[in-house]
Design a protein around this ligand. Sequence first.
Ligand SMILES: NC(=O)c1ccc[n+]([C@@H]2O[C@H](COP(=O)([O-])OP(=O)(O)OC[C@H]3O[C@@H](n4cnc5c(N)ncnc54)[C@H](OP(=O)(O)O)[C@@H]3O)[C@@H](O)[C@H]2O)c1
Length: 323
Amino acid sequence: MIYRRCGHSGIKLPVLSLGLWHNFGDIDSYDVAHDMVLTAFEQGICHFDLANNYGPPPGSAERNFGRILSSDLKTHRDELFISSKAGHDMWEGVYGTGSSRKNIIASCDQSLLRTGLDYFDIFYSHRYDPETPIEETMQALIDLVKQGKALYVGISKYPADKQAEAYAILQEAKVPCLLSQYRCSIFDQKAKHTNFESAQQAGSGIICFSPLAQGLLSGKYNQGIPADSRVAKGSMFLQTSHLTQERIEAAKKLDELAQKRHQTLAQMSLAWVLNDERVTSVIIGTSSPQQLMSNLKALQNLSFTEEELQIIDVIADNPLISF
Ligand SMILES: NC(=O)c1ccc[n+]([C@@H]2O[C@H](COP(=O)([O-])OP(=O)(O)OC[C@H]3O[C@@H](n4cnc5c(N)ncnc54)[C@H](OP(=O)(O)O)[C@@H]3O)[C@@H](O)[C@H]2O)c1
């Protein structure tokens, strides 16, 4: 495993982290989830990315991860870097969503109970909430650190102007933002242009999610919809309507380039995100230990020639594929 330093902090993270958004809920196989977490840990992936609402049902990914921790990784707590987040819809009623102090503190307490952890290594505001003053959201994160419930704090999907405000408030309280999370892949390069520079200047690490555009950039949909895929399983986040001709054509062209590099398309797509050295880590999702092992081989070739990067830019330069 390769580890990169997280912004101006003392923390290093593996360049590949494992996310538990899909495939770790109660609708999924516990045995497969268990194998993926243990395989990841054995391969040096010590960072696991959770959120209160991961499942389904919401909360079940945290509960299942807690079960794996307690059965197999209890004695390794100090080798693990575990995140959770609050901000999206979680429980019924007016306090079960958004980025108010009420939601963030209660949600963190609930996530600690579900995972069985004493503290999270990092706790995020999962999204910017325009209905809550940003000072209130940041103060809630700062207080989680002061209460010992989180060691570090982070923000996810914040617009560029709001992330600058968040960094300033956190900095003043001497609880600097450890990580900023953005969606980033060959198919969605927006954050690279709008957010990365200010994150880097503020000393925040950058961590990218959905590097394979939820599987589109594995090439798995190039010949149709595999029966065991995210689309076939009926995810509301990746649907048949997202598999447009433009995206499939682009994936096919990218696959040709990947083959010339002796990589799978998934491996090349992960390497492409990591080619930006501002990126601390990439959060991957997998539905089997085999996918995880295959994706890890991306680390065998992280460099690109100028010509390869230009080919990728030309293929990606189409607003219709952005996803
Ligand atoms: N902060 C936020 O708001 C936010 C939002 C989204 C995600 N995230 C984080 O980012 C993590 C990753 O997101 P993601 O799941 O969208 O990531 P992704 O890496 O873009 O997509 C993962 C999916 O691609 C498919 N796949 C992966 N490797 C493959 C391979 N070698 N061959 C074929 N198919 C492969 C699998 O889907 P199949 O089921 O089809 O096999 C897998 O579940 C999440 O778990 C979460 O922790 C954060």
